[in-house]
Design a protein around this ligand. Structure first.
Ligand SMILES: NC(=O)c1ccc[n+]([C@@H]2O[C@H](COP(=O)([O-])OP(=O)(O)OC[C@H]3O[C@@H](n4cnc5c(N)ncnc54)[C@H](OP(=O)(O)O)[C@@H]3O)[C@@H](O)[C@H]2O)c1
Length: 263
């Protein structure tokens, strides 16, 4: 039997979040799903409006969950998007919204629900970070930084959650075939030959990437074990060989490889 009864999946309108929501529904879990437009959510999901870049929207969403989802025992902090732009011309106003969306808001949701789960000695928190936290992507500096920060937070929470009955998972996806690239915010004056080359690499990754359902199967299997862990998912190269290489090689060699790869 699936160990959790009621879940929140942020960003459930498409991509990985939609696949997580559908997989949980198939297990008989009650799923609350968020989107900036509460209408776009899959059938069967309890809809919530949430714009993570707005602290007011987050407060309203938490209030709704407190009132309507008393048995919630699983949080999947999935929603996210990025800005693709060399740092030298990165729009200053986008920095705050990246931290808020990718780091501050997911941590606030953990702050809301982790103490409740710990008191009940039951529950799970999944923070969707990224392999970009380990293998940074040029032109995505704020995104990579926010994901690395969320990963560090998640692994800290794992230490604190040991023995409480709460499972904490740092889900680090490699590339998946979703609308993620299409929805990246790209400032118009961003077209240097090098950033075009980096963009081409990102597009090629997505063409050959596994489907979102692959990530959902991996995550559900991990949740069945009710144990904290870092879960790296994606193609064999990204999820297995890449991390192995990063463990065995010195840091400068990994950086050299990435620089060659994106040039
Ligand atoms: N796909 C990949 O290759 C990949 C790799 C590593 C990590 N990830 C991470 O996986 C997560 C899901 O990405 P995806 O690939 O499924 O992307 P996606 O297809 O673009 O879906 C993104 C989801 O997040 C929601 N969202 C975006 N910005 C939001 C905001 N400011 N406030 C609230 N919701 C917001 C969107 O909902 P609405 O537009 O309906 O509001 C949508 O449901 C993200 O955290 C991403 O960083 C993805």
């Amino acid at each position: 039997m699936f160990p959790y009864k009621e879940a929140l999946v942020t960003g459930a309108s498409r991509g990985l979040g939609k696949a997580f929501a559908n997989a949980l529904l198939a297990q008989g879990v009650t799923v609350w799903g968020t989107s900036r437009d509460g209408q776009r959510l899959p059938v069967g999901v309890q809809p919530l409006s949430l714009d993570l870049s707005s602290p007011e929207s987050l407060t309203a969403c938490i209030a709704q969950l407190r009132e309507n989802a008393p048995e919630i025992d699983l949080i999947i902090n999935n929603a996210g998007g990025g800005v693709f732009c060399p740092f030298s011309i990165f729009p200053a106003e986008s920095l705050d919204s990246q931290w808020q969306t990718l780091l501050a808001a997911p941590i606030s949701l953990c702050r809301e629900f982790y103490p409740l789960f710990a008191r009940r000695c039951h529950g799970a928190i999944v923070n969707v970070t990224s392999l970009a936290g380990t293998f940074p992507i040029p032109c995505m500096s704020a995104y990579s930084a926010a994901k690395a920060g969320l990963g560090a937070f998640t692994r800290t929470l794992m230490l604190e959650a040991a023995g409480t009955g709460v499972a904490v998972i740092d889900l680090q996806p490699g590339d998946y075939a979703t609308d993620f690239n299409a929805s990246l915010n790209q400032p118009e004056h961003n077209a240097s030959p090098w950033s075009k080359r980096v963009w081409q690499c990102c597009e090629e990754h997505v063409k050959n990437a596994p489907s979102a359902e692959h990530a959902a199967r991996k995550l559900l299997r991990a949740l069945q074990h009710q144990r904290s862990r870092v879960l790296i998912t994606g193609s064999f190269f990204q999820a297995t060989l890449g991390p192995l290489m990063a463990r065995l090689l010195p840091e400068w060699a990994v950086r050299w490889y990435l620089r060659q790869y994106y040039t």
